[in-house]
Ligand binder design. Structure first.
Ligand code: PHE
Length: 343
């Protein structure tokens, strides 16, 4: 029997082929269910004990050689197949275009990072909101004229009263309410997200845009803390820390202010974007109105805080000197490509 196996070994050693079907025949002959190797393993039982060791070794040797042979020829035949398809080795490879982040994401991430250094964490809430979180809890009761400041897209109009309305959030201030309802002070959050307003489309406005909201609630938070935070922020983002706060009105903050950053008047572009004043408006802010705190179960005698909200598009347009807000939604690759090197 051993000598028969040695014959097989020679046969395997000499085996050569150019065709896949011959290779398959060879495989079946040795490794198939009724193949030579299975047959030999079956006979192994009958081998006398003193020969078992030698017999086992040659069978294993045969098996390994068969496997090696098959692997070698399979690789050789496979690679000759692919060579046939791409005979022209001078052809250039397939170039994979690398994408880039959208400028809105770039700036949003940068703003989140700036605030994360002073302890703000990111919070999120739904884009489809109810009346309470978008308006009423923010000190904007039904019939309040300030609701007109934000033209709203309604998903469902309540039958009895507007308190049952379901709508697309008009600002990220709704995230303040959701967060305060579910957490205890002190809290310090940043809420980036999409917001929706039913506005006429022009080069300066759009129905979907992005905001970032900030909220800080703790004991003895003052307007001075707000101002210091804003100066830190404008210095980090624009490299400019000269700001001014103009008195303004928001139902959910008291007092309220609009924040302008001093951009400068050094060249024609500065004149154009600041309309000749040197100042640029970048966000709204104020001390959280005590009524808002009461609405979410926080005692305004014990806690105070500030909030601010800014539109991301406007800031991107300032940072990258872009003139038309519609560019953000067209996804023209020629625009996006310019942001390839930015993270
Ligand atoms: N929600 C306001 C807006 O959309 C911005 C704002 C946020 C103002 C927080 C004050 C405080 O215009």
């Amino acid at each position: 029997m051993i000598s028969k196996i040695r014959e097989y070994l020679v046969e395997v050693e000499d085996f050569k082929t150019q065709s896949k079907s011959e290779l398959e025949e060879f495989r079946i002959k040795y490794l198939g269910k009724k193949g030579i190797l299975n047959d030999l393993f079956a006979k192994f039982k009958e081998v006398p004990v003193e020969q078992k060791k030698e017999f086992g070794q040659v069978i294993n040797l045969l098996k390994n050689q068969v496997n090696e042979k098959i692997d070698d020829f399979r690789n050789a035949l496979d690679s000759s197949d692919t060579h046939k398809q791409t005979d022209d080795f001078t052809k250039s490879g397939i170039v994979k275009e690398l994408g880039s982040r959208h400028p809105i994401s770039i700036v949003r991430n940068r703003i989140c990072e700036i605030f994360s250094k002073i302890g703000f964490t990111v919070a999120e809430a739904p884009e489809i909101e109810d009346d309470w979180h978008n308006f009423t809890a923010l000190n904007l009761p039904e019939y309040h004229p300030a609701r007109d400041m934000q033209d709203t897209f309604f998903i469902e109009k309540g039958e009895k009263s507007s308190s049952e309305d379901v709508l697309l959030r008009t600002h990220t201030s709704s995230v303040q309410i959701r967060y305060m309802e579910n957490n205890k002070p002190p809290m310090r959050i940043l809420a980036p997200g999409r917001v929706f307003r039913n506005e006429a489309i022009s080069s300066r406005s759009h129905c979907i845009f992005h905001q970032i909201e900030g909220l800080y609630i703790d004991k003895e938070v003052s307007f001075a803390d707000l101002k210091q935070t804003l100066m830190y922020f404008t210095e980090e983002l624009f490299g400019k820390s000269k700001i001014r706060l103009r008195p303004s009105y928001f139902p959910f903050t008291e007092p309220s202010a609009e924040v302008d950053v001093y951009w400068g008047l050094e060249n024609e572009v500065d004149y154009r974007i600041t309309k000749g004043t040197g100042w640029l408006e970048i966000m709204g802010c104020g001390m959280v109105d005590p009524n808002v705190l009461k609405n979410v179960g926080i005692n305004p005698e014990e806690y105070s805080g500030y909030a601010f909200g800014m539109g991301i598009e406007r800031i991107v347009m300032l940072l990258y000197q872009m003139g038309d807000i519609r560019m953000f939604f067209e996804n023209d690759v020629r625009m996006l490509e310019q942001f390839k090197n930015e993270l």
